[in-house]
Design a protein around this ligand. Structure first.
Ligand SMILES: Cc1cc2nc3c(=O)[nH]c(=O)nc-3n(C[C@H](O)[C@H](O)[C@H](O)COP(=O)(O)O)c2cc1C
Length: 321
């Protein structure tokens, strides 16, 4: 896929995942072959006010490239200011969030709420494109609710306003994450615009990635929940799309090794106190489905050091061998 001057070779990108896809996770997924990564969403208002937390969310390192920053907001001026600040962190592209259903985002008029106001949405894209020296992409849902499926109209307006690519999560804001993905809307968007379209929703492995691409004609797929505790999913998808090879799941030992490496990086980047608190959810995902894992759930929820997690990992390897 071509994005401005950027040539993206692989077909499966890591979705922006607030509270999950931080630097440690993005680097890990990139190492497994993610086509590109996207930072956790950052508030345009917070960025333009110089908020430290928002700046942290925009930081990008060389090992996670190609990588984009994602911003949300509902004012063209503030979004343009935020885009300029985001450029200080050298993103390869800037993504505009038009799909987030979270009350704190939508209630401020940004995220999925922009789907209700395509004219404002297009003004925002135009303002960000004018402010940006890198390509600007948009991530949207199929619409607000079943009576307002307007991704095609919105995608066309975004393209006219200068967007370089569109990601479509095939569900409405009201649907959140529940029903099956509406692949037809992704197909319709792909047919309606000339810029690349990235299909998103429920891709968890090679066959589901291939299916979404075949059904919709989308240029790439984006993976969110399918990568939680499974960063190797990108190598599985790449092997399937390139060679129709179904790579096996890693062994329990391999999984635990990846988990510990991930959590060590997380603690290195954020400090052990914050890192280990955030590690608990990752550890629950990595150990899901392992024999005896249910008995460890409570212990994982209480870990206070990498050493405690290492002990649990060793016990799980023992139980599963
Ligand atoms: C924990 C979590 C955090 C998310 N954070 C963001 C975000 O910051 N920005 C965004 O555009 N979408 C966000 N999403 C939506 C995902 O990027 C993706 O569109 C959605 O999960 C559907 O893809 P999937 O079926 O592969 O998970 C988030 C989803 C989850 C589960």
């Amino acid at each position: 896929m071509i994005l401005g001057n950027l040539e993206i070779k692989e077909k499966a990108a890591l979705a922006p995942l607030a509270g999950v896809a931080d630097r440690a996770f993005r680097e890990l997924c990139k190492g497994y072959g993610a086509a590109y990564t996207v930072c956790e969403m950052a508030s345009a208002k917070g960025i333009s006010l110089g908020d430290k937390k928002s700046a942290e969310l925009l930081s990008i390192t060389e090992t996670e490239r190609p990588a984009g920053s994602q911003i949300f907001g509902n004012s063209p001026e503030t979004m343009a200011t935020a885009a300029k600040k985001a450029l200080e962190f050298n993103p390869d592209f800037i993504d505009i969030n038009m799909g987030c259903p979270a009350p704190k985002v939508a209630s401020s008029g940004g995220g999925a709420l922009l789907m209700k106001n395509p004219l404002l949405a297009a003004d925002i894209v135009k303002a960000v494109v004018e402010a940006s020296t890198v390509p600007v992409t948009v991530k949207m849902r199929s619409g607000w609710d079943d009576n307002n499926i307007n991704a095609v109209e919105l995608a066309k307006r975004c393209e006219d306003a200068g967007a370089a690519a569109i990601t479509v999560h095939g569900r409405t804001k009201v649907q959140m994450y529940a029903p099956p993905v509406n692949t037809d809307i992704i197909k319709q968007v792909k047919a309606a615009v000339k810029i690349p379209v990235i299909g998103n929703g429920d891709v968890i492995d090679g066959p589901s990635a291939a299916k979404l691409m075949e059904e919709t004609g989308c240029d790439m797929v984006m993976i969110g929940r399918g990568a939680l505790g499974r960063p190797w999913v990108f190598s599985q998808i790449n092997a399937y799309l390139e060679h129709e090879v179904l790579l096996p799941e890693p062994t329990v030992t391999e999984k635990m090794f990846v988990m510990l490496n991930h959590i060590e990086k997380l603690c290195e980047y954020k400090g052990e106190r914050v890192g280990i608190r955030e590690a608990r959810k990752h550890a629950a995902w990595y150990t899901k489905g392992l024999h005896g894992a249910a008995n460890y759930r409570a212990r994982i929820g209480l870990i206070n050091s990498v050493e405690e997690l290492r002990q649990i990992a060793l016990e799980l390897i023992e139980q599963n061998s």
